[in-house]
Ligand binder design. Structure first.
Ligand code: ATP
Ligand code: MN
Length: 464
């Protein structure tokens, strides 16, 4: 007999009522008395479990004993209307097969609620909880919607390399990739590590961003996007940073900063609306059980435009606020999360796009403004999360770009291939990076980034 997914049974029960069906899934709870057992079975297709009713007299007592929380069952029976409250249909079981038992003494997910911290320690099993079922279905839906959005708009999905010989930001937060024997390193006559003996014949690392490669694609294909893993060895143990995270990076020829902002805003709105439309049950569950204002926050994204402020205006607002910040506000500083949160949560009370940052605190490739002080960068800040997007219009002028590269003492030869975009047929272009897990923090209402990725990688933690 064909197995029916529980989502189909619950959402299209009229197709199955009074007929015999087979379902397979994992036991969430079992309760009942000496006459009848009620088993809540979940197969991951929907947050809700299906109620299985088993008349004790009709089954081998040894079999029913094995039906414990966490066990995997195949159940065949008739789908009937339920008289109990909490469900509209249930299966009157005829055959139950225990596919896999779960020793109640050892299975860690018994029915009581578990803290997110505890669930992180058993991250390999936490998919079996309603929370993580919801989060993982939302994660899937968002990944799918991202491809849908760009495909519908003529963007080409470009695969940029994960192993790189260049460093996008010029920062030192990269994981090195090597096959050299750490216990016995080859040395140059000067005593330095001889990377010419390494696998790639030079020092290589895991990528922190696909942008530089993405720009090459955009300057030929028009509009591209990347969507892949990104690695940062920043030792910041925060609820918003992972060592391995996924990033979406669109890059568009002929886009100026305003076009870039419009795209980013439209993109986020599309994704949030997609989740509201396609994952209503998951969002309702998270709203009811975890964060009572989640749905309201998500719905508000469609209602009003994001605020747009220049960095200089933002500094002004912070200075005039009279608020006592831990880190004092002054023009030229990198905004701290307390400043970002004030702007988003207290002043604007909606997502904010900040633009035109001081050149010194931004990456070398951002387009320089005529004021000689600021660059055409943009960050999008969200309530409770802070930055979810960082982007810019890129400097298209070779000489201006070279001036910054040299003044920062960056290795020009390593970037030679990148500079060819400016040497041959340069044009205005822009792009941004959206942190996938930061987006998911917003969409799921989860408070910690470790809870929106299946197997988090953070400092001192690469378990599972
Ligand atoms: P932050 O200031 O929050 O550390 P960033 O300025 O270093 O971020 P960018 O280099 O602009 O980040 O990267 C683009 C986007 O990638 C960010 O807007 C954010 O959404 C995401 N991101 C950056 N670092 C991380 C990280 N360690 N873990 C998860 N997402 C990240
Ligand atoms: Mn940034």
């Amino acid at each position: 007999m064909k197995t029916i997914r529980i989502v189909d049974i619950l959402k299209k029960s009229e197709n199955y009522l009074q007929s015999e069906v087979n379902v397979k899934g994992w036991v969430r709870t079992k309760r009942g008395n000496s006459a009848v057992n009620f088993i809540a079975l979940n197969d991951g297709s929907i947050v809700h479990s299906l109620q299985i009713v088993a008349d004790v007299a009709a089954f081998d007592p040894e079999l029913l004993k094995k039906v414990t929380t966490g066990a995997c069952l195949s159940v065949t029976g008739t789908l009937v209307s339920s008289m109990g409250k909490g469900q509209t249909v249930e299966i009157q079981a005829k055959y139950i097969e225990v596919l896999g038992t779960a020793d109640p003494e050892k299975y860690p997910l018994q029915k009581k609620g578990h803290s997110m911290e505890f669930l992180r320690e058993i991250a390999h099993l936490r998919f079996r909880t309603n929370y993580f079922g919801c989060v993982m279905r939302l994660r899937h839906a968002m990944a799918f919607a991202i491809h849908q959005y760009f495909n519908d708009r003529g963007f080409v999905y470009l695969h940029t390399p994960l192993i790189t010989g260049s460093d996008t930001e010029g920062a030192g937060e990269m994981f090195q990739v090597t096959t050299l024997d750490m216990e016995n390193l080859p040395r140059t006559p000067e005593g330095k590590v001889d990377y010419s003996k390494d696998f790639f014949g030079k020092l290589t690392s895991l990528t922190v961003s696909g942008q530089l490669n993405g720009e090459l694609g955009a300057m030929a294909l028009g509009k591209i996007y990347t969507f892949g893993p990104t690695f940062r060895a920043e030792n910041s143990n925060t609820p918003r940073h992972l060592a391995e995270f996924w990033m979406i990076e669109p890059e568009m020829a002929f886009y100026e900063i305003e076009d870039n902002m419009d795209l980013a805003e439209d993109f986020i709105r599309y994704l949030v609306n997609y989740a509201l439309e396609h994952n209503a049950d998951d969002l309702q569950f998270l709203n009811d059980m975890f964060d009572k204002t989640l749905l309201e926050r998500l719905q508000s994204v469609d209602k009003e435009a994001f605020a747009r402020l220049s960095y200089t205006e933002a500094i002004d607002i912070l200075l005039k606020s009279g608020h006592n910040f831990e880190v004092p506000v002054e023009w030229g500083m990198d905004l701290q999360s307390e400043h970002e949160r004030f702007l988003v949560e207290q002043h604007c009370r909606k997502p904010v796009i900040l633009t035109d940052y001081p050149e010194a605190i931004k990456a070398f490739y951002m387009k320089q403004n005529d004021d000689g002080k600021t660059v055409r960068g943009m960050d999008i800040l969200f309530p409770k999360i802070g930055e979810i997007i960082g982007g810019s219009e890129r400097e298209a002028d070779l000489d201006k770009l070279l001036r910054v590269i040299r003044s920062r003492h960056m290795k020009e030869d390593v970037l030679d291939w990148y500079l060819d975009t400016r040497r041959f047929g340069t044009a205005p272009h822009s792009g941004f990076g959206l942190g996938f897990e930061r987006l998911l923090l917003f969409v799921t209402g989860m408070a910690n980034i470790r809870d929106v990725i299946p197997f988090p990688r953070t400092p001192q933690n690469a378990d599972f």
